[in-house]
Design a protein around this ligand. Structure first.
Ligand SMILES: Cc1cc2nc3c(=O)[nH]c(=O)nc-3n(C[C@H](O)[C@H](O)[C@H](O)COP(=O)(O)OP(=O)(O)OC[C@H]3O[C@@H](n4cnc5c(N)ncnc54)[C@H](O)[C@@H]3O)c2cc1C
Length: 419
């Protein structure tokens, strides 16, 4: 939807194709099974959405999303305690993933030059050595296009599709993390939470692997989730509460025990973070780009995927503006921009997960040292509101990680992490 929005001012006609029948009301759907689980929109993602869809923040709040300030309203528990409350200056919104999706879909469908065809699956790219000229659908129909944007998510068949046209396929990095989530919707009951709005309980690696999360969503509801790394997540409803009881903060187990459930238990296994290095290809076809999870699918616990998809959409518009047409040069330019967008989030997710010795795969250089420093930053965040404010902004991708290495910040980190 973000890519379609970015293209709507740059092409005469945009057709969005989706295998699913897209629901008008906000409810999870088959093609996006992660929609049952909590989705945090980072500040950088919210800014990107606001650039693409002016007024989206207000529109989401109107539709029921809950405005919140991450440093004041979310109780954050890590490394043995609750972090200090601090005004980060960020005004975010929390909602279900389906509400965000249907709101964006509604906005996109109002563009006079965008049509949405749902219930149709793409089975191949058409074209040849000269580039991509369109797509073939499951029923054999072909559609011609000046540009095909592959936003088919983590399961994208781009490797097969490109190979069929005799183009090389990108190298893939796969980092095995064995992450899983279990989620249930509850009626909101703010009295059960320290700061009333939401809660994150995160583990101190490598000894702890479990996480708990309570996120407010529209309709006076909470998404209550527990999960963890390397198989440390509940596989059945029976394990849900016993697992939550072992978290270092009691709120999640309390809600599971005493709250009012509004849905069934659902779980989701996420075996690996996966990145496809399109930017390293020596030959890319004109007329085609991959975006979002089709390029990089992160460990979801870091909450970065939707933000990167929205940033990719802005980059797509910029590449088109620079090159005029969807040529090979434009595709290369786009993948370079995507590579820059992914550099920090990939370092957080892929590098950060190597704090667990069970993690396997290509380890980003310097990860051990960075994980050691990140641990100190987080210990300092527990006692120093200024470090917390900066760290939160870095996590939300609105400050570059280099600010954590400014001498004045390093001093605070060293002092705070000793106490
Ligand atoms: C459990 C979990 C929790 C997450 N939490 C967060 C979070 O807190 N914050 C965050 O930012 N991200 C989170 N993510 C990641 C986020 O869901 C993805 O990064 C994001 O959805 C990627 O968007 P996308 O458009 O690239 O792919 P998707 O959202 O996966 O969409 C792909 C679309 O392509 C369609 N499709 C697939 N194949 C075809 C085909 N052949 N033909 C036609 N249509 C097709 C599907 O129906 C679907 O609509 C989480 C992921 C998981 C698994």
């Amino acid at each position: 939807m973000t890519a379609a929005q970015a293209l709507s001012s740059r092409f005469d006609q945009i057709t969005v194709l989706d295998r699913d029948n897209l629901p008008e009301e906000a409810r999870p759907r088959r093609g996006v099974p992660q929609g049952n689980h909590p989705h945090v929109l980072l500040a950088a993602g919210q800014n990107a959405l606001a650039q693409l869809f002016p007024g989206i923040h207000e529109q989401l709040v109107e539709a029921g999303a809950i405005p919140f300030e991450p440093g004041l309203d979310l109780c954050f528990h890590r490394f043995g305690g609750i972090w200090p409350r601090v005004d980060t200056g960020m005004r975010l919104v929390s909602m279900s993933r389906p509400l965000l999706e249907t709101t964006l879909c509604e906005r996109v469908s109002k563009q006079p030059n965008v049509s949405i065809r749902d219930g149709v699956a793409i089975s191949a790219l058409t074209g040849g050595r000269e580039g991509v000229t369109g797509v073939r659908l499951d029923d054999g129909e072909t559609l011609a296009a000046d540009l095909v944007v592959d936003a088919t998510g983590r399961g994208s068949r781009s490797d097969r599709w490109l190979a069929n046209l005799d183009f090389p396929v990108p190298d893939t990095a796969e980092i095995k993390i064995g992450v899983g989530y279990a989620t249930r919707v509850f009626q909101a009951d703010p009295g059960r939470l320290p700061f009333g709005v939401g809660l994150f309980v995160l583990p101190a690696p490598p000894a702890e692997k479990r996480a708990g999360l309570i996120l407010p969503i529209e309709g006076d509801r909470w998404l209550v989730a527990v999960g963890g790394w390397h198989d440390a997540f509940p596989k059945s409803e029976a394990e849900f509460t016993s697992f939550a009881r072992e978290l270092p903060h009691p709120a999640v187990a309390d809600v599971l025990d005493n709250g009012k459930p509004l849905s069934d238990f659902t779980s989701y296994g996420f075996p690996s973070s996966r990145r496809r290095y399109f930017e390293r290809l020596r030959q890319v076809p004109g007329g085609y780009v991959a975006t979002g999870d089709a390029v990089c699918s992160f460990n979801p616990i870091y909450g970065q995927g939707m933000t990167c998809a929205a940033l990719d959409a802005i980059a797509l518009g910029e590449s088109l503006d620079k090159h005029g047409d969807a040529t090979e040069a434009m595709a290369r330019d786009f993948y370079q921009r995507v590579s820059k967008i992914l550099a920090t989030p990939w370092r957080f997710a892929a590098g950060g997960d190597f704090a667990f010795p069970e993690t396997t795969g290509p380890k980003p250089r310097g990860s051990d040292w960075l994980n050691g420093y990140s641990r100190r930053v987080q210990l300092a965040s527990k006692v120093d509101p200024e470090v917390r404010r900066i760290f939160t902004a870095v996590q939300h991708l609105v400050m570059p990680p280099t600010v954590l290495f400014k001498p004045s910040v390093v001093r605070r980190v060293l002092r705070g992490s000793k106490s």
